[in-house]
Design a protein around this ligand. Structure first.
Ligand code: CP
Length: 338
């Protein structure tokens, strides 16, 4: 595969936030912006809370009253199917009032600034913003400038972080593998443009996963990624050997400069997850993908829909993880046990 561009340094993880940005004085979550810097016990608490919510029946009369009287505003400046919908469902199942702003038809199209939008929505007495934005750092910016009683949940910002996606992935891994310490986990594909990969790496290393591997062409790996505690492979045949978990990533064509890849066909021939390549992993390895899937580009449909795929379980787990995080940040704001 030809290498046209090698300067990947601008995609390296942005500087760590002070933990006081997302934790209160007692160390409880008040915002959920990034996994970087969070203690392992807090990640385990999120997973445990989500497990409790998994069995909550999906019936209006059985909703949990945890966010009754609270208003959640979903602000998706970038498209989403899974994250937006599961955040909405999660808020509804916690009995919140939920507004999803139609950004395309909002005053943003007339040039209203992000800060003015936030100030106006805050004036409507909301309690939580769920934010997806194309710019890295947007959720932090909102958390910094919104009134202190409002919690901000990052639903994906630029290349930076997608912390609830990483936590629903951790829940799915824990359900299948119980414990992180003995596991070898491979993350495959467009690491360079992936906020999901960055958050997964922080979560996996915080939870003391045995080995975290990234597998990708040189053009799709950020320079210096080894500092995050991962082993780098450029060949699928080496990187997949004996792994317990394979996380495939979408090629983020919308974020790519031209020349990073010669063709999707060649990419699939070198990095696509096929049935033959899956056999290199442990026989009980699970296959994950955050979605949306480019079938035939990063993964063969027979693998995406096969018996080792847990892709749709990840989606289901997204509701429980988002319920857990919403309940915890409200508790972190009010000091009440929710
Ligand atoms: N995994 C994920 O973030 O998917 P959506 O873009 O559909 O929300």
């Amino acid at each position: 595969m030809s290498t046209v561009r090698t300067d990947n340094t601008q995609h390296l993880t942005p500087g760590a936030l002070p933990s006081s940005m997302q934790l209160n004085a007692e160390g409880k979550l008040k915002h959920f912006l990034t996994i970087e810097g969070l203690p392992p016990l807090l990640l385990e608490e999120i997973l445990d809370r989500a497990e409790q919510f998994l069995n909550l029946p999906n019936k209006a009369q059985n909703k949990a009253p945890i966010l009754r009287g609270k208003t959640v505003m979903n602000l998706f400046f970038e498209n989403s199917t899974r994250t937006r919908t599961t955040f909405e469902l999660a808020a509804q199942r916690l009995s919140a009032d939920v507004i999803t702003l139609d950004i395309r038809n909002s005053a943003t199209s007339k040039g209203e600034s992000l800060l003015d939008t936030i100030r106006n929505l805050a004036a409507m007495h909301c309690d939580m913003f769920v934010v997806r934005h194309q710019h890295s750092g947007a959720a932090h910016f909102i958390a910094r400038y919104c009134p202190p009683h409002i919690s901000v949940l990052n639903a994906g910002d630029g290349y930076h972080a997608h912390p609830t996606q990483a936590m629903l992935d951790m829940l799915t891994i824990r359900q299948h593998k119980s414990c992180f310490q003995p596991l070898k986990v491979a993350i495959v594909g467009d690491i360079l443009h992936s906020r999901v990969a960055r958050s997964q790496i922080h979560a996996l290393t915080t939870l003391c996963t045995g080995e975290v591997r990234v597998i990708a062409p040189r053009t799709l790996i950020p320079a210096g990624i080894e500092k995050m505690g991962v082993n780098v492979f450029h060949k699928m045949e080496q990187g997949l050997e004996d792994v317990d978990v394979i996380i495939m990533l979408r090629l983020q064509k919308e974020r790519m400069q031209s020349g990073l890849l010669p063709s999707e066909r060649e990419y699939f021939s070198l990095y696509g997850l096929t049935e033959a390549r899956l056999k290199l992993a442990q026989s009980d390895a699970i296959v994950m993908h955050p979605g949306p899937v480019n079938r035939g580009v990063e993964i063969d449909s027979r693998v995406a829909d096969g018996s080792q795929s847990v892709i749709l379980e990840q989606v289901t787990n997204g509701i429980a993880i988002r319920m857990a995080v919403m309940a915890m940040v409200m508790s972190g704001q009010t000091g009440e046990q929710r």
